[in-house]
Design a protein around this ligand. Structure first.
Ligand code: HAM
Length: 415
């Protein structure tokens, strides 16, 4: 390990890569705002109970992956492993509990103690939304459609959308019993995780990825038959609304999702370039309990992993649009007087909103032009003592190589 490398599963994000995060965040903000969402920023850590109660004690994330520590007063705190629980805690301070709808989006770092691998980090970044306070299948469909719209806008094509229904809690009794009966007959041939899930969370068996287990899962009873008519109708309406919105999706009865708060609609998005195991986004409708609350908060939302979105963008060759390239100016100064005068000119142009770079140390013309190229300047302004005395400057257009002499005043007013 190099002496000063970051902790495995975390990364330093240098300016060029930061720009990629910014583009995705800005695009999300733009698209989500068209659907009435506003940005909510919540703290990066919360009281541990918020996640224990919010995500469910038996959730793998809570059991194995949280970064939990004590503050000086002995309170247990946890770095957020996901955004939903903290957002719900914040929204409790609004009137969502009285059925007033809230639409918020968020982005920022999340923390999970997972084994790092390609596309799996311990500090990663999500961009997500939550629509809280109202229950309607059309809202679930709108949420999936908005996610699809956002992904299109950032250049992601051929995204696979899988959806399923988890019904409501009461639907899971009879269906869960049927699954338990079936799996307990085959459990000796299943993996240790599944053995554990048989006791603790029977539904998670359905998304086990082990080959042996998958063969057994393929013949599991159709649990949907035990769901109430209301739940089935809810899901049908989600599908119909998606059809109307021309969103392509696949229904996957084995999709249960890793967090325990989901009810009704769940969905997960993947891209063939990363494989099915590495979801680029996921979400669904949920009922989330917070400490001290005996009524859950109801909502629908999703989160996408920004690093994974960027991996797909890279593979698809989505151009890194240099939206600001035309504002970039490089100042070349020949001789000490021009070099110093350029420091003043840079200040004036930057205040006008232009992106300006220059060499503050004495450098040859050739070296300065090299810097201008590295900077990606659209125009280079060249001045020496003659230009300073005459009150002029040479302006070189870097795209076509044309150069013209303009007066200093014109330069300042017209750039
Ligand atoms: P999640 O499926 O746990 O859902 O995470 C959402 C997305 O975050 C994943 O699809 C993936 O792109 C990204 N992600 C998760 N873990 C990692 C990791 N270790 N490294 C890189 N990326 C990762 C949630 O977090 C829910 N809160 C989503 C939601 C919002 N459901 C309703 N509202």
């Amino acid at each position: 390990m190099a002496k000063f490398s970051p902790v495995p599963g975390t990364a330093d994000i240098f300016p060029e890569e930061s720009a990629g995060y910014k583009r995705i965040e800005n695009c999300g903000a733009e698209i989500f705002s068209r659907y009435g969402y506003g940005e909510l920023r919540t703290p990066i850590f919360e009281y541990t109970e918020v996640f224990q109660r919010g995500l469910g004690d038996q959730t793998e994330v809570v059991q194995k992956e949280m970064y939990t520590f004590e503050d000086r007063g002995g309170r247990s705190l946890t770095l957020r492993p996901e955004g939903t629980a903290g957002v719900m805690r914040a929204l409790l301070n609004t009137d969502v509990m009285n059925g007033v709808e809230q639409r918020v989006f968020y982005h920022g770092p999340m923390f999970r103690g997972e084994r790092p691998s390609a596309g799996r980090r311990r500090q990663f970044h999500q961009i997500g939304v939550e629509n809280v306070g109202k229950i309607a299948p059309e809202l679930d469909a709108e949420c999936i459609a908005m996610l699809s719209h956002f992904l299109e806008e950032i250049g992601l094509t051929d995204v696979t959308i899988k959806i399923n229904t988890r019904g409501i809690m009461s639907d899971r009794v009879e269906s869960g019993n049927a699954l338990r009966k079936y799996f307990s007959e085959h459990i000796d041939d299943m993996c240790d995780d599944c053995k554990n899930r048989l006791e603790k969370n029977i539904w998670r068996i359905l998304d086990c990825k082990q080959d042996n287990c998958r063969k057994i899962i393929a013949d599991a009873p159709d649990y949907l038959q035990f769901f109430s008519d209301e739940s089935k109708k809810y899901f049908e309406t989600v599908c119909k609304t998606l059809d109307m919105l021309k969103i392509k999706y696949e229904i996957d009865p084995l999709l249960v999702r890793g967090l325990d708060y989901y009810v009704h609609t769940v969905f997960e998005l993947s891209h063939h370039s990363l494989g099915e195991q590495i979801a680029i986004a996921g979400g669904g409708r949920y009922e989330l309990y917070l400490p001290g609350q005996n009524r859950p908060l109801q909502g629908v939302g999703f989160a996408a992993g920004i690093e994974r979105l960027m991996m797909v963008q890279e593979i698809l060759g989505v151009p890194k649009v240099q939206a600001d390239a035309e504002d970039k100016i490089f100042l070349v100064g020949l001789g000490d007087e021009a070099r110093i005068a350029n420091i003043e000119l840079a200040g004036i142009l930057r205040k006008k909103g232009l992106k300006v770079a220059l060499e503050v140390e004495p450098k040859s013309m050739k070296a300065q032009m090299r810097s201008a190229n590295n900077f990606g300047a659209a125009k280079v302004i060249i001045r020496g003592l003659d230009e300073l005395n005459a009150g002029t400057a040479a302006v070189k257009n870097m795209e076509n190589g044309e150069q013209q002499v303009v007066s200093y005043n014109d330069l300042i007013n017209n750039l």
